[in-house]
Design a protein around this ligand. Structure first.
Ligand SMILES: NC(=O)c1ccc[n+]([C@@H]2O[C@H](COP(=O)([O-])OP(=O)(O)OC[C@H]3O[C@@H](n4cnc5c(N)ncnc54)[C@H](OP(=O)(O)O)[C@@H]3O)[C@@H](O)[C@H]2O)c1
Length: 238
């Protein structure tokens, strides 16, 4: 079967934007990829396995890891990229939005990371977990009120350090990439000028900026527990 012997990465939120860019980049680097999202399309590439599912449903995590093992026999890295972002005044968030933030941004992380790390431990050859957060957790902006993004992505930043320390002695690393505003389908083109102006460098980031950061971390065995800001200077100040 194709792919055996190659390293295997699971990418969530893989149907578009940063996730889609990650799938292409890991394939280019010679990895087999398990790509998951609710609407992910099957791939003609035998080294890309698409698994559909809501990442907030723990059964999706079970199916993703089971099918990864069935097709490719191992799991070496997990990129927790699926996520939602809704900016609005704190008092206007609905209970439904709160539940959705927790489901996609946190339950998805928990269910899949737990299974992936268990598999990495069973393999005994280390592993890597990268989560995509947001730089807003480190520098709240009165023009972009987003408490629920900070509540959930800030949790991921903190959990990443905990994971990194718990597993440092067993060769499993954990890092996050903390983006500024990136040109993906999340943002309509007519908003790009205003969003670009939020960054000290005066522009939005590209999908490749985030993909390159993830690949750097993938190939950095001495880096764990890091929050890598790829945010056009925002976390440094304004
Ligand atoms: N773009 C930015 O400016 C920016 C900035 C900071 C952080 N980020 C973070 O970077 C990550 C990727 O962002 P992006 O801009 O590439 O996002 P995007 O273009 O909105 O794509 C989101 C991806 O997540 C998947 N997804 C959404 N809800 C899901 C669910 N319930 N279950 C499974 N998959 C789900 C979507 O696929 P389906 O619709 O097929 O499920 C899609 O593949 C997110 O975590 C986001 O918070 C983005």
């Amino acid at each position: 079967m194709s792919g055996h012997g190659q390293k295997v990465v699971i990418v969530t939120g893989a149907s578009q934007g940063i996730g889609q860019g990650l799938v292409e980049a890991y394939r280019k680097a010679g990895w087999s990829v398990v790509a998951t999202s609710r609407g992910i399309a099957a791939s003609s590439d035998p080294d890309v396995l698409a698994v559909q599912g809501d990442i907030g449903d723990p059964d999706t995590a079970r199916r993703v890891v089971e099918q990864a093992l069935e097709r490719f026999g191992r799991v070496d890295s997990l990129i927790n990229n699926a996520g939602i972002f809704i900016a609005k005044p704190f008092t206007e968030y609905t209970t439904e939005e709160y539940t959705r933030f927790l489901s996609v941004n946190l339950t998805g992380f928990f269910a899949l990371t737990q299974r992936a790390v268990a598999q990495m431990l069973a393999q005994g050859s280390g592993g890597h977990v990268v989560s995509i957060t947001t730089t807003l957790t480190d520098h709240a902006n009165s023009n972009v009120p987003s408490v629920l993004a900070s509540l959930t992505k800030g949790g991921l930043n903190a959990a990443t350090k905990s994971l990194a320390i718990e597993y440092a002695g067993r060769g499993i690393r954990a890092n996050t990439v903390s983006p500024g505003v990136i040109k993906t389908p999340m943002h309509a083109p007519e908003t790009h000028d205003a969003l670009g102006a939020l960054h000290p460098v005066g522009r939005m980031g590209e999908i490749s900026d985030i993909v390159d950061a993830v690949l750097y971390l993938e190939n950095a065995p001495f880096v764990t527990g890091d929050i890598l800001h790829v945010d056009g200077g925002q976390s440094a100040g304004h």
